[in-house]
Write a protein that binds this ligand. Structure first.
Ligand SMILES: Cc1cc2nc3c(=O)[nH]c(=O)nc-3n(C[C@H](O)[C@H](O)[C@H](O)COP(=O)(O)OP(=O)(O)OC[C@H]3O[C@@H](n4cnc5c(N)ncnc54)[C@H](O)[C@@H]3O)c2cc1C
Length: 462
């Protein structure tokens, strides 16, 4: 029976191979080991079939193939997800990395992007036009997963989250149909994909509003970790009142080595990485109160937007071990800063860090039910990452990350930005969508009643 079943699948795979323009990679094929790698080397999943799609037709064929053969299906965009949600064990991976294009409409200030593009490719294509789309802070992250989960980055305070700039998407649904979603067509789906992750279908193109951003003024300022209480208190008061044009995320970190001066290497710091997107002639005035806080190191200045977007790429190449935990916070009171001082002083490896990203300005002015992203009133999206190249340190970075999170979670707002967590189960997903969860479950029932798209932060059909 089993062997009959296996041979049926083999026949079906051979039939699929004839129809697609892309490539099928099976465990026996050369290239399988590379094709199953994702950014986080802690993830070690072995899919039965990897379908590298070349176009929308391949995605439709892949969805129909997965459904007709009752396979577990994962969808891979940029492969950056902390929990490895772009992969699955045994089933079919629909890999979008071959669906890449960036089309800039300079007059309309819009950008149409393939479902498999990475953000660095988008930044490079828009920069010559003096335009940018709000995204995350590392250029190798996928457009797909980051956008569908929300999208927090340097431009959030001025231009909102990535989802606030999504104008349209084209997607393949669980029944294999291909639809366009925007403010006028399939409006329920358009609402659901702006934060609801990959639960509703496979997005083959995203159209974004872009904004006039050419050069920015920014970079890091660092203080000794012992100053965490003082600097965090000052930062909270300062950033809440700062103009939308100024963004800066707070961090506890170790300076691992070059390009930073040797005197800083392997020491713990608290710091802020700034990005000002306003009138550059005013930048020095804007940074005066920041530099008056007397950082032990600062490297702020005028730089092209793609340069700030790639500032940390070299420190965090693919293939490191990553463990993730996250929470939203409304304030940074003394108990919270004491927790950051305690765990910031115990960072276990040079690349492990904690970041707090402001969710204020334009991102915070969007109504809580305008998109599934419910925590519009949170002041910060916090994330703790234990990171190291050596698998032998996996336990150490995981323990630090969990302990740090447990210390601060009681002071948090309850939920987390779902792109910043690994697999923490249904309660955590519900807490993160809050009042929007029920509406999401109803849309899931309408478009994916059998929960075909389940390798994600899963929303169960109502
Ligand atoms: C180093 C690093 C830095 C980061 N920095 C930021 C940051 O600054 N801001 C921020 O907001 N996030 C950030 N993230 C988190 C990031 O948003 C998530 O990891 C996100 O899931 C990555 O998307 P991906 O497409 O690369 O991932 P994948 O692992 O490919 O996919 C993640 C999930 O999205 C789904 N998916 C991906 N593409 C599609 C698609 N086209 N259609 C349907 N479903 C799809 C997948 O099925 C999966 O469930 C960072 C992550 C890393 C590793």
């Amino acid at each position: 029976m089993v062997s009959n079943l296996k041979s049926e699948i083999n026949v079906a795979v051979e039939e699929l191979a004839v129809k697609i323009r892309g490539e099928i990679i099976l465990p026996a094929n050369a290239g399988y080991e590379d094709a199953r790698k994702v950014y986080n080397a802690m993830i070690n999943k072995r899919p039965a079939i990897i379908l590298k799609c070349a176009d929308v037709a391949d995605v439709i064929l892949g969805v129909n193939f997965g459904r007709e053969n009752n396979l577990l299906v994962a969808v891979r965009g940029g492969g950056h997800n902390g929990g490895g949600l772009g992969l699955c064990d045994d089933g079919l991976v629909i890999d979008l990395s071959g669906i890449k294009f960036v089309v800039v409409d300079e007059a309309a200030k819009t950008v149409k992007v393939g479902g498999g593009n990475l953000w660095g490719e988008v930044d490079k294509a828009t920069h010559p036009f003096g335009l940018a789309v709000p995204a995350g802070i590392i250029s190798t992250t996928g457009v797909g997963g980051l956008t569908l989960g929300g999208g927090v980055g340097y431009l959030s305070r001025k231009y909102g989250l990535t989802i606030d700039n999504l104008l349209e998407a084209e997607m393949v649904l669980a029944d294999g149909s291909f639809v366009t979603v925007n403010e006028k067509q399939n409006t329920d789906l358009f609402w659901a994909i702006r934060g609801g992750g990959g639960n509703f279908g496979i997005v083959t193109s995203f159209t974004f509003q872009a904004h006039p951003v050419k050069n920015v003024f920014g970079g890091p300022t660092l203080w000794p970790i012992e100053k965490t209480n003082e600097i965090m208190k000052w930062y909270h008061e300062f950033i809440q009142k700062a103009p939308d044009e100024l963004n800066g995320f707070f961090a506890t970190l170790i300076i691992p080595g070059p390009p930073f001066p040797e005197t800083l290497h392997n020491k713990q710091f608290c710091g802020i990485v700034w990005c000002y997107v306003g009138d550059l002639s005013k930048a020095e005035g804007i940074f005066k109160p920041i530099l008056a806080m007397d950082p032990i190191f600062q490297h702020v200045g005028d730089l092209p937007y793609p340069s700030i977007q790639t500032l940390f790429d070299g420190l965090f190449p693919p293939g490191l071990q990553w463990y993730w935990r996250a929470d939203f916070f409304n304030e940074l009171g003394p108990e919270i800063s004491a927790g950051h001082l305690k765990f910031g002083s115990q960072i276990p490896t040079p690349l492990s860090q904690m970041h707090l990203y402001p969710i204020t300005g334009a991102a915070g002015r969007v109504a809580k039910d305008a998109t599934p992203w419910a925590y519009r009133d949170a002041k910060y999206a916090g994330v703790i990452v234990g990171v190291d190249p050596d698998p032998a340190n996996g336990e150490k970075i995981t323990k630090w990350c969990k302990d740090y999170w447990e210390e601060l979670h009681p002071h948090s707002s309850g939920g987390a930005y779902l792109n910043f967590i690994m697999n923490e189960g249904q309660d955590r997903i519900k807490a993160s969508y809050k009042d929007n969860y029920d509406r999401l479950t109803k849309i899931k029932r309408k478009y994916d009643p059998n929960n075909f798209f389940k390798v994600n932060q899963n929303i169960l059909p109502a």
